[in-house]
Design a protein around this ligand. Sequence first.
Ligand code: AMP
Ligand code: GLY
Length: 418
Amino acid sequence: MKILLIGGGGREHALARSIADSPLTSDLRIAPGNPGMEGLGTLIQIKADDYDALFDYAVEETVDLVVIGPEAPLVAGLADRLDAAGIRAFGPSAAAAQLEGSKAFARDFCTRHNIPQPRFFAAQDKDTAYRHIDALNGFCVVKADGLAAGKGVVVADTGDDAKAAADAMLGGRFGDASKTILIEERILGPEASLFALLDGNDALYMASAQDHKRAFDGDKGPNTGGMGAISPSPRLDDTLIEQVMDSIVRPLARGMTVEGTPYRGVLYVGLMLTTHGPQVIEFNCRFGDPEAQVILPRLKTDVVSAMLAATDGGLGHFDMRWDDANAVTIVMATKGYPGDYDKGSTINISENNDPDCIVFHAGTARDKHGQLIASGGRVLAVTGMGNDAHSARQKAYDAVAKIDWPDGFYRTDIAADS
Ligand code: AMP
Ligand code: GLY
């Protein structure tokens, strides 16, 4: 099959590695990809947000399957356009991707289908927002409704913090994405993520993971896209997984179909494990980044067959096999991230022959001499595999120590509590 993968981050490197490994793949094109993917397919110089060019390319090249990595093209309806042109796309329709694209949509949907979640209120003006913040005694979470690159959530300790966040968001901090905001009850408990594959009818459990969102050790510093992850999550045992599938994922799959917007693709469920059971923090309509870098290396079943079962229907008879191994990934980021940082610093990665260690590229490029350089905030995700969390973690950190990049930093406590 001729497959076009869209995206250029660490998640897409992990996807490219698994797709290239599939016996069904004869020709893999990646737009735009990154230097880490050079040996896995042909890199195409089209940006992941140039939807018209991506669509035209897929049509002209008569691609058999388009795999959409990031959320933005999904929310913008790229899968619908491809579908209408007779090209299979892995990833939900725009209507189904609203589960990530609009937090108010996701919350209202959960209410309609009795899916456990915190109390919430939507607001479009200051008075309404303040009233709800006061009703929750200020102990709340303020969220922009739309996509805000992971920055649209403020967990407030006091009413003043919450009101300041509401003012900024309603004042246009995230443009149209924060015209509507949510004021949510702040719930407590450990967090974990669950990934499932949906085909518009059936839902198949895939794997669990846990990421580390704060920039620095000890969960200090600003929120990031994720500084490391482990799979499986040490906090989700079989009983909890069944509970999440039963109370959240299957009702969601049924509900989306009943409402005429069947969900096909990967569903990422962000959970808080409260004393009243697991509750939904958020849905994402794609693999996580860096969660993909710990989940996909554990997948033993051919990933392309799984994607086809999700897009064409047929997950009811599909079986996914997973390696019992644990995987831990350490993100190496440019100093300054998630704030301002410089691009262009030199990275040297020595040859790696260890099958239990994978260096995924996220924000890398080549300069005019072919030298590898940093070109983003999160730059590498170094994954180690092992029989338990401890050995996986050790593998990953040993490989990180061999990477020569003075302008990078990483957390030293990823998966330390596992
Ligand atoms: P989100 O972008 O929705 O995943 O939110 C980012 C982070 O904010 C989550 O990982 C949680 O730690 C926290 N958070 C979001 N919603 C809530 C909530 N209702 N109660 C407590 N913490 C929350
Ligand atoms: N690591 C969080 C995300 O992918 O949304």
